[in-house]
Design a protein around this ligand. Sequence first.
Ligand code: PEP
Length: 251
Amino acid sequence: SEQRVKWVIGNWKMHGRLAENAALLQAVADGASAIGNSIRMAVCVPTPYLAQAQALLSGKPLAWGVQDISPYTHGAYTGEVAAEMAGEFGATLAIVGHSERRAYHAESSELVAAKARRALEADLTPIVCIGETLDEREAGTTESVVGAQLDAVLKLLSVEEAGRIVVAYEPVWAIGTGRSATAEQAQEVHAFLRARLAQKDASLTRVPLLYGGSVKPENALALFGQADIDGGLIGGASLKSEDFLAICEQA
Ligand code: PEP
């Protein structure tokens, strides 16, 4: 398979406080410096902590990002955060369409696509999350579900824009459950997604495809060794520097 750089991105979700973040960011940044630039490492922190990430991570081989953005540039959208606002604090990444946003905030694939485009316009790399529920998998509809989620984004973006996204395949049944997809199950979906991207344009086979869902130091090597898995989006295990770094070392 072609050589693509590996990515490992942490998603802290709604965890952290200033004091504990400082220790975690420092430890992960030290580990990232030891690992070097052979892989891309990042952490997506709660929005209030972007300034702290910027203060502690500037100049380190550890990027930072936000966990969601508004699809708008500015306006009467109480509580929302614009991509440019995150960018002013040095964020280079924005998760969009996380299954928790889709489930608890009723985000549609069309809204997720609009957020992805907005991120790109603000020079943030959108990490577009897609994935099926357990019911959908058991009904045999995994490919139609994730295919439709990806298509909504590809429909809105030009080929040039689509070439700047990152896709995270995160089966909902594997997120925070301790139950990871097997490396073979994940690879099967990643190969499907890579082919779907290639249908839009051959150049899009280079889009990074990350796996997310209970990635741990124990299963990272098998997952990252698959031909179409370009790294991981890490929830729970990104809150412990030893676990996160152990996962990064296997990328
Ligand atoms: C996530 O929510 O993006 C995720 C992958 O979570 P976890 O690693 O905890 O399953």
